[in-house]
Structures are given as structure tokens and as C-alpha cells.
Design a protein around this ligand. Sequence first.
Ligand SMILES: Cc1cc2nc3c(=O)[nH]c(=O)nc-3n(C[C@H](O)[C@H](O)[C@H](O)COP(=O)(O)OP(=O)(O)OC[C@H]3O[C@@H](n4cnc5c(N)ncnc54)[C@H](O)[C@@H]3O)c2cc1C
Length: 504
Amino acid sequence: MTTAPTTAPAQGTEEIQDAGHVDVLIVGAGVSGIGAAYHLRDQFPDRTFVILDAQDNRGGTWWTHRYPGVRSDSDLFTYGYRFKPWRGPSIAAGEEILAYLDEVIDEDGLAQYIRCRHRVTAASWSTADRRWTVEVSRGDTGQRLRFTTGFLWMCQGYYNHAKPYRPRWEGMDRFQGVIVHPQQWPEDLDMAGKRIVVIGSGATAATLIPAIAGKAEHVTMLQRSPSYFYAPPRTHELAVTLRALDIPVEWTHEILRRQYISQFDWLARTSREAPDELHTFLIESMRPLLPEGLDVGKHFTPRYRPWQQRIAVVPDGDLFAVLREGKASIVTDTIETFTEHGIRVSSGEEIPADVIVTATGFNLSVLGDVAFTVDGEPVDFTGRVTWRGIMINGLPNMAYVFGYFRHSWTLRVDLVSDLVGRLLVKMRDEGATMVVPTLRPQDTDMQLRPWADPENFNAGYVMRSQHILFKQGDREPWTHLLEHEQEREILPEADLDDGTLVYC
Ligand SMILES: Cc1cc2nc3c(=O)[nH]c(=O)nc-3n(C[C@H](O)[C@H](O)[C@H](O)COP(=O)(O)OP(=O)(O)OC[C@H]3O[C@@H](n4cnc5c(N)ncnc54)[C@H](O)[C@@H]3O)c2cc1C
């Protein structure tokens, strides 16, 4: 992929440079931003736009995370876009996902619109001018730029790419080995013959451990509490059959999408309606793959309901295989302290380590940590309410993309893009230059709820940050429905004239 030509030169100057006006400004060149740009171009070939990303390359999550074995948890038939068939195995490596995104960029000529190393720091709406002024800081030259745009499309993901979540533990300073976070994996880290402790039990630990277990002397997964795992085949039998029959790739993509969507509908539905049955199903499907004699109750039986956090996928049971082979082992306990040569846990056991990997997750970032103002007033998100998980009350001409937790993120990118497309058409047809989600008189005394209901989804990074997030109301459209099964019916039909969107 070629990075687009960058804006105005004049290195080293402190002055803010005018970088021009675009109809739509997209923040983020990950799966969401690239998808948004595709849909925008597809529906509005005449509109000008630009995609700004703080990182030094496109790809978002898949550029940031380059640790050994990094891969999807979802199948790529649904993690891929609906408009671009996936041709590989269901579960894909990070590099394969980047290559897929590059194909979208090349086929759609998007590279010229992507400006990397452009961090958006502030966005100010002016009702008088009917536009956003967007301030940008360039990571390479230090230059400050100012764009203006009629519509701001935030595709910034949900976590801080530059600052991973690193809890502090006692004794960390005296540890003689290396401590790494998967979000900032050193390219030259040599694991041959090393004793490695991976702290964490989620998707990252499950991905990393099988990938390094063959190289290291031994890998220990150290978890405070267990997670749910699910071990589907890396490649779906149906895809193999359809490909062998030389079925067109578009059909295979669509058939496999439907297959996976219905499977995840079932999982999500069962997690609500029969959580105990799903719990038993997940534990019992793992049991035969685990080493004989392992205490499944202690190490593999979570304390929460299935799908209150993401279920980690273990393709072909690869994590369980390295446990069976003795290349990796599992300790479930709390950390008492780091020592010079490892970690001591509450039981008194000391786990020796040359390398400690803190697979402890993310710091959530609200709308890319951009400082928003509307007509000179700073926006405090904690008092605001989401409009369908796509816009925010009182913020004109701004949409954001937040994907699914229980289905593939990208399914929502396509759905949100369709809705934004409808909105832009409506504005054009009505000659409106401004649309702002606004509480109707009957909504003003609405009870506000946290952005995520902990009973429904309570992953650590969400719970740690609820206090800085915007809220949900108790009725549509002031809700963020987390289920694709509901939204794929509701969003395409969403009424843009119900009085909650004010056009002028
Ligand atoms: C290792 C890993 C594996 C995952 N696997 C799956 C999976 O299998 N299935 C699934 O559904 N989800 C998965 N996820 C969740 C994943 O984050 C989403 O699927 C998806 O990649 C999010 O895409 P995005 O474009 O919305 O955000 P991101 O990928 O986070 O990209 C956002 C981009 O916006 C940029 N940005 C943010 N703020 C600013 C700013 N102020 N100025 C300029 N640029 C900014 C960032 O630099 C970044 O490049 C995974 C996450 C991780 C970490």
C-alpha cells in the first residue's frame, strides 16, 4: 500500500496551516474507516473526502498488533466486508487481514485519500459556518494543520493505540527480565529457550501462547480468573466444499456469511435465554481437548455468564494442544509480587520467567480523545446520549462507528455506512446543511443508563471507562443495541423523520 501524499510542507513551523476543505472527513484508517470510505465513494462519487490516521500506516488494530501469531477471532466471511469476498481460511492472520484491506484500498483507489501520521486533536463545530474545523498534529514533522469539513465521520476504534493498559504490580522494578505488552511488541524479541509468563486469559493470551510455545523453553499462562473458549476449525468445511465445486467467490462469501451469522445469532440468543446450557456446552466441548487430570473447574470455568465478555476463539484447539504437549501450562491465582526472576503468586508458588508478557488489555478511548466543541462550548460526553450507537445528541453532522462485540465488528461498519448514506441523501434532497440529534420534549426526562449494561457486557476495558463515556436512554433511538440480529432489521428501516434528528 502506498501512503497518500501528505499535506502542506513547511517543516518545523508552529503555525497552524490551512489544509483545505473536504465534504467528509474520516478519522481512522482501520477496518471501519476504510469501509466507511468505500461506501462513501460508492454512493457519493462526487464528494470530496480524506481519511486521517495517527499511525504511520493503515490497518488500525491490525497495524498496531503485530505480536507472534496475531489473528482474527472472528471468521473473515463476516469480519470481511459484505462487498469484498474473502478467499482464505475462516480464521485469518493479522497480515492476511492487512493484505485484504490493501486490496480494498487498491481496488477502490483509496490510497490517495489516506493521510497517515495525522492525529486529530480537536474538532470545533460552528453553526454559523455549518462546518467542523478539525485540528491535526502531524507525527512526522510536528506540523499543525487545520481542515474544515461539512461532515465528520469518526472511525477511531475503541482503544488508545499508543497507550496500552498496564496495571502496576509490586516488585515490577526489580524484575531482571523483559516485560512486554502485546500492543507494543518488540520486533527483535528473541524467545528461543526462554521461560515466558503470559499474564491474562483473554483472546490475546490464547492467540500468543500457541504461537510462541514451540520456540520458548516453556510458556505459563497466568490468569486471575478463567475465560470462555470455543474451538472451531480454522477452515469451514462448507467453504472447502463450495470452493471444490468452483462456486463463484461472491456466492461462497455470501453463503458462509449467512452460515456464520446464524451460528453467532444462536450463541448470542442462547447466552441470553439459556446461559446455563451455553455454559455447559462451552465447558464440555473444551473438556476432551484439555490435558488429562487438569482441574477444569479451577482453570477453565469462568465466573461470569457466557458472552458477558467476548468468547475467545481457539482455532483447531491450538491452545489446548500446547497444554497437552506440556509446552505450556496454566496457573490460576493472583499476583503477589514480581521477583528478580519471575512472579510470586498468592499460593506462594514462584513462576520463573525471562520474559513477562502483560496481555492485560486496553485503555478505552472516547472518540479518539479528540477535544470537541460545539459553537465554542466544550463537549462533556458524560452528559450526552447516543442516537442508535451512531450519533450523539447535540453534536451536529457527526457519526461514529462502533462494531459488535458478539458478532464481527465489520458487520456493523456496513450497516452504519448504509444509514449514514441515507442520512446524507436526505440532507441533500432537503437542502439541509445540518443534522443534529436532539431530545424531543418527551425524551427530556428519560432515564439515562450507562453506555454498557454490566449485566449484558462487562469486559474490563469498558467497565474501567464507563465514567467517561456517553450514555444510553431507556428507549429507541437513544439506545445502542449490541445485537446484530436486532440491528440488521432495525437500522435499515430506522426512521430519519421521527423528530429526534433535527435538520436545518
Ligand atoms: C488483536 C485483536 C484482534 C481482534 N480480533 C477481532 C475479531 O476477530 N473480530 C472482531 O469483531 N473484532 C476483533 N477485534 C476488535 C477490533 O478492534 C475491531 O474488529 C476493529 O479492528 C476495529 O476497527 P476500527 O477501524 O473501528 O478501529 P481500529 O482498528 O482501532 O482503528 C482505528 C484507527 O483510528 C486511528 N485514530 C484513533 N484516534 C485518532 C485520532 N484522534 N486521530 C487520528 N487517528 C486516530 C487509530 O490510530 C487507528 O489506526 C480485535 C482486536 C484486537 C486488538
